[in-house]
Design a binder for this molecule. Structure first.
Ligand code: ASP
Length: 442
């Protein structure tokens, strides 16, 4: 059994949290490769090391040095080293890091040092080897992860090392310069390492006991999702559920390696297992897995009789959006109707009016109507495909709650029903769906 463990910013925030990491690693000999984030917030008003590093870079650009700001980084790390009673000469490592940051003047390099320093510290504390991510993770000339190269490097580099600590969040670009993933990217590092070493499990240790069925600010008693497939998770994270970086599932998906989201502060909790379809074992009678949503969409509703017999109609409508360089969220359609759902933020400063006018010119519709302030809510669960009456339960619940549905989109996978409702009904809608499917089980 081989496990790769990634510990997030809260698990790295102070000495007390890092001691918990040691207990967790010590409790299971299979936990051999450890990926760490930079220390995160200790309380809600605190500042993440990564944010302080980005501020260091801005100081460098504006004032030519980042001495005062780097002193905060120094103080934070030295505090942890002292509290853990490490004999490592961290001052020297920090001096070198500060000099490199000043010399390289690169935002990515500067930001990456939080993970670098964190991994050096944890490697010393656990007595594991430090293996630098920049020697294994490579991006291509488009800034995308170079899968093949990285996979190969991870495999060969870690073959020689029994237990290692690896910094998250960064690798090297095609020219050999340090480059970071997007924010929260240590989750991707963990996934890449898990695939490279063909781990049996990727444990992602964070400060919550897994994914909740829906936002606890709306449903305080929301249950934890025990098991979810990669695909279901894709749908939920696309719609805003954020515990894991949305791109972190791709590397492990290829290797069919399950991910277990675990809580560093409650290691006894089972957490959420993210598994490939074929490893999913139905527990109980769950029909839906999760509910997620986002506010602020705009729907452009187009009606034209016989549009289905007009060759190129949809393409001409969509080309208007493409010319404006915008992304489309959904395109639900009927016999004589077509709706385009877009994020409202993209339609500011007259863009919406231009688009509507161009659609009128391009396809001469009978009617165009714009509905603004729409929320999209996705009800996800592969249990829905097996079950008759799921849609009826959903729509009856919303009707009872007095919620008007402006749009319905059910993907062909039957994994997901997406509805559009007024922003003002967003919370009420999630509550109603939760009560209809999950609350009813009580
Ligand atoms: N430390 C980085 C961030 O704050 C990366 C990570 O934590 O995954 O985004």
């Amino acid at each position: 059994m081989l496990k790769v463990c990634k510990f997030g910013g809260t698990s790295m925030a102070d000495a007390a949290a890092i001691r918990k990491i040691k207990d967790i690693i010590g409790a299971d000999a299979a936990r051999k490769y450890i990926v760490v984030s930079a220390p995160g917030k200790r309380n809600k008003d605190d500042i993440k090391i990564t944010d302080t590093l980005y501020a260091c870079y801005r100081d460098l650009e504006e004032k030519g040095n980042c001495k005062a700001r780097f002193a905060l980084i120094r103080e934070r790390f030295l505090g942890i080293v002292k509290d853990l009673g490490l004999s490592l000469n961290f001052d020297e490592i920090l001096d070198r890091t500060e000099a490199e940051i000043t010399e390289k003047k690169s935002a990515d390099f500067t930001a990456s040092r939080g993970e670098y320093l964190a991994a050096r510290l944890v490697a010393e504390y656990l007595g594991f080897e430090f293996v630098d991510a920049e020697d294994m993770i490579r991006f291509d000339s488009h800034g995308r992860l170079n899968d093949e190269y990285t996979d190969d490097k991870v495999k060969t580099r870690l073959k020689k090392v029994e237990k290692a600590v690896i910094p998250g969040f960064y690798g090297r670009d095609y020219e050999g310069k340090v480059k970071t993933f997007s924010r929260g990217g240590s989750d991707i590092t963990g996934s890449v390492i898990a695939r490279g070493v063909s781990a049996d499990l990727y444990e992602n240790w964070t400060d919550v006991s897994g994914f909740l069925v829906c936002d606890p600010r709306i449903v305080p008693e929301a249950k934890t999702i025990r098991q979810i497939t990669y695909k279901e998770l894709r749908e939920l994270s696309y719609m805003g559920a954020s515990v894991l970086h949305a791109e972190a599932i791709f590397p492990v998906m290829k290797g069919k390696i399950p991910i277990n989201i675990k809580n560093t502060f409650k290691p006894e909790d089972a957490g959420t297992m993210i598994v490939p379809n074929e490893q999913y074992k139905a527990v109980g009678d769950d029909v839906i897995t999760g509910i997620a949503g986002k506010k602020n969409f705009t729907v452009i509703f187009i009606e034209k009789s016989m549009m289905n017999s007009e060759v190129g109609f949809v393409r001409r409508v969509l080309s208007v959006i493409e010319h404006h360089g915008l992304c489309i969220e959904h395109v639900p359609s009927g016999i004589d109707t077509l709706s385009i759902v877009l994020e409202s933020e993209q339609l500011q400063n007259g863009v919406l009016t231009d688009i509507v006018n161009e659609i009128r010119e391009n396809v001469s519709p009978d009617y165009v109507h714009v509905i603004e302030n729409i929320s999209l809510i996705a009800t996800v669960g592969h249990g829905m495909a097996r079950r008759r009456g799921t849609a009826a339960t959903l729509f009856t619940a919303l009707a009872k709650a007095g919620i008007n549905i402006t749009m319905i989109d059910q993907g062909s996978s039957e994994l997901n029903i997406i509805i559009g409702v007024a922003n003002a009904d967003y919370e009420k809608c999630i509550r109603a769906i939760y009560d209809a499917f999950i609350g009813a089980q009580k």
